[in-house]
Design a protein around this ligand. Structure first.
Ligand SMILES: [Zn+2]
Length: 503
């Protein structure tokens, strides 16, 4: 109990900082370094003030400016290639030719006049693919670090969602999408249960579109009320915003267990994605289940339900860190594999967990091996095989693309697919010298290794920095949104929580 007492004694609340962004930026370079070296925080007398979110110290003026990202066709030269395509294979060193939006060729010594990029210090691989993330919550990152599922329902999809405005959905989606790109995640299914009104929905889509991320917009319900048009408004979305499946943003339905809603999704050709946490929920849905459905979490399915998922060609999305933290149950990595299902991975919520996929891969890798090795130690003759780092890269890329109904467009470095390619630094201090490419990606790397990110052939991150993004504006808007939501929800503006269970 002593430990609990320690944490139940609240720290003196610190107010959110309201200092103008411009001043932070002024301090973000040499002045910030000088202040830090002098032992002062960026905000002087407030030692525990909110971190500024400012980028690392700017490049000294004497250093050569980084070349601009390529604007036309490009060939990435000399990369260690993880293709996730058995026909293409992997290469110790090879080139990747990107023409327009597409991968044109992968192999050593490609002859081309396209602009060359030296990738000899890089691992090149397909961008990571997330099959479930609630992106509207961008202004609420890490606000519920100790929360259980019940806390989340009360505070996030309860209090916060009730006060959300369209502009909160917009900046939430934008900041989460940019964070994904920064971490080498090139596709995310946005499970957008912020459909309080068509204006909320459109604002979330605007945030996605502005980011340049490949996104599956899974239209979801929100707070009940006269402006909530779920699910019928998906017909308008199909006509107005998603008239083609050939675009960067595609459409899905974020559904519950009402199969009348599933029918509306199928009417407009949208795949279906739903959360499944308990046991027996799928049995009444048996006649509606099909290969266009992804089941999220699924930690407590009965054997009969697993057979239904298998027999109908369904997909499984595991959000391992969140499930372990918030109490959904044990992530069903082993059950999926036992039933011949290759799962995809998903972040779920950044109110608690980070949005990178290194965390995701490490979580399922260590969890499955812990479970399998425990059964071996117990003498279980049917103890399963251990999964490998190659397996989890597959889950994090091509399997995510398949589950997002984008398997023919992304998820592997296959000529003819969209050029969603990431370059990961091999020469960084956390992985040098690279001795095993898959091992380095899964177990050695983090977001700091993500050097360059192409989405549909566009360099959205280039040599360590996001491109064409006004970060000052993004920071200002997301702080304003956070301040509004926290105030309107009736929460105290503190960076140390402790005011409700779970915070
Ligand atoms: Zn979820």
């Amino acid at each position: 109990m002593a430990k609990r007492d320690q944490f139940s004694s609240p720290a003196r609340p610190q107010e959110f900082d309201h200092e103008p962004v411009s001043r932070r930026r002024v301090l973000s370079g040499a002045a910030a370094l000088a202040a830090a070296s002098a032992g002062a925080g960026l905000f002087g007398c407030r030692p525990a003030a909110v971190p500024s979110g400012a980028p690392a110290a700017s490049t000294p003026s004497s250093a050569p400016a980084a070349p601009p990202p390529p604007s036309g066709d490009v060939v990435l030269r000399g990369a260690t290639v993880i293709s996730m395509d058995g026909d293409v294979g992997d290469f110790e060193s090879a080139d990747i030719l990107i023409e327009g939006e597409q991968i044109a060729a992968v192999g050593p010594g490609l002859e081309t006049s396209a602009e060359a990029v030296d990738a000899s210090n890089m691992i090149a691989m397909p961008g990571f693919v997330d099959t479930h993330r609630h992106m509207w919550q961008g202004s609420l990152r890490n606000i519920l670090p100790n929360g259980l599922l019940s806390d989340y329902g009360r505070d996030i999809t309860g209090s916060a969602r009730r006060v959300y405005r369209p502009e909160d959905a917009y900046i939430g989606d934008l900041v989460i999408a940019l964070g994904a790109i920064n971490a080498g995640v090139t596709t995310v299914l946005d499970w957008s249960h912020i459909g309080n009104s068509p204006e909320h929905t459109d604002a979330a889509i605007d945030g996605l579109a502005e980011s340049g991320l490949r996104s599956v917009y899974a239209y979801g319900g929100g707070v009940a009320g006269p402006d909530n048009r779920y699910p019928d408004d998906i017909r308008r979305l199909r006509a107005e915003r998603f008239s083609s499946d050939d675009q960067l943003l595609t459409l899905a339905l974020a559904a519950g267990t009402n199969t009348e809603h599933w029918a509306v999704a199928r009417e407009v050709g949208a795949p279906i994605t739903l959360h499944v946490n308990g046991s027996g929920q799928l049995l009444p849905l048996a006649d509606a289940m099909g290969p266009d459905v992804t089941y999220i979490h699924a930690p407590n399915l009965t054997e009969e339900e697993w057979r239904l998922v298998v027999d109908t060609g369904g997909h499984i999305s595991i959000a391992a860190p969140i499930e372990m933290e918030m109490g959904h149950g044990i992530p069903p990595i082993q059950q999926a594999l036992d039933h011949g299902i290759r799962p995809s991975l998903s972040t779920d919520v950044e109110t608690e967990m980070p949005g990178d996929f290194f965390t995701q891969m490490q979580s399922v890798f260590t969890l499955q091996r812990m479970q399998a090795l425990a059964r071996r130690r117990d003498g279980d003759p049917e103890a399963p095989e251990l999964i490998s780092v190659q397996d989890v890269v597959e889950f994090a890329t091509i399997q995510g693309a398949i589950d997002n109904a984008l398997g023919s467009r992304t998820g592997s470095l296959t000529p003819g697919k969209q050029a969603d390619v990431i370059l990961l630094r091999k020469d960084a201090i956390n992985v040098m010298p690279v001795n095993n490419a898959y091992g380095a990606v899964v177990l050695g790397m983090d977001t700091s290794n993500v050097d360059t990110v192409f989405i549909a052939g566009q360099a959205r991150k280039w040599q360590g920095a996001l491109t064409n993004v006004d970060l000052d504006r993004v920071e200002r808007l997301v702080n304003e949104s956070r301040d509004y939501v926290v105030s309107a929800a009736g929460w105290p503006a503190t960076l140390f929580g402790g005011y409700l269970p779970g915070h």
